[in-house]
Design a protein around this ligand. Structure first.
Ligand SMILES: O=C(O)CC1=CCC(=O)O1
Length: 95
C-alpha cells in the first residue's frame, strides 16, 4: 500500500549542535536502511524548504504510523499522510 508523506522539519534552534548533528545522522542512516529495504521508495527535498515529500510502501496505516513515529526526527516533524490508490487512467493500470 502506497502513502504520500509530506514531512516538515523544525528542529528547535536551542537544541545543542552535537545533539542536532547526531539526530540528523541517525535519521539519514534510518532513511537509507528503509530505502534499501524498499519500504521508502521515494524521498525528495522540497525546493527552498526544510521539508520532504516521500512515498512509503507498507502494508497498512498502522505500519506506516509505527515507522514514522520511530524516526529519530519524528518529535521535530509535522507530517501529513495521504493514502494512494491506483488511478484508472494510469498507463500502468491499462490492460
Ligand atoms: O531532511 C529531511 O527532510 C528529514 C529527513 C528524512 C530522511 C532524512 O534523512 O532526513
Amino acid at each position: 500500500m502506497l502513502f504520500h508523506v509530506h514531512m516538515d522539519v523544525a528542529i528547535p534552534h536551542d537544541l545543542a549542535p552535537d545533539r542536532r548533528a547526531a539526530l540528523v545522522a541517525e535519521e539519514k542512516a534510518r532513511a537509507l536502511e528503509l530505502q534499501r529495504s524498499g519500504v521508502w521508495p521515494h524521498l525528495w527535498r522540497i525546493v527552498g524548504e526544510y521539508a520532504n515529500i516521500s512515498v512509503f510502501d507498507v502494508d497498512s496505516g498502522d505500519d506506516l504510523h509505527a515507522l514514522l513515529s520511530s524516526l529519530p526526527l519524528f518529535p521535530y516533524m509535522k507530517i501529513k499522510v495521504t493514502p494512494l490508490a491506483i488511478h484508472p487512467s494510469d498507463l500502468k493500470a491499462q490492460s
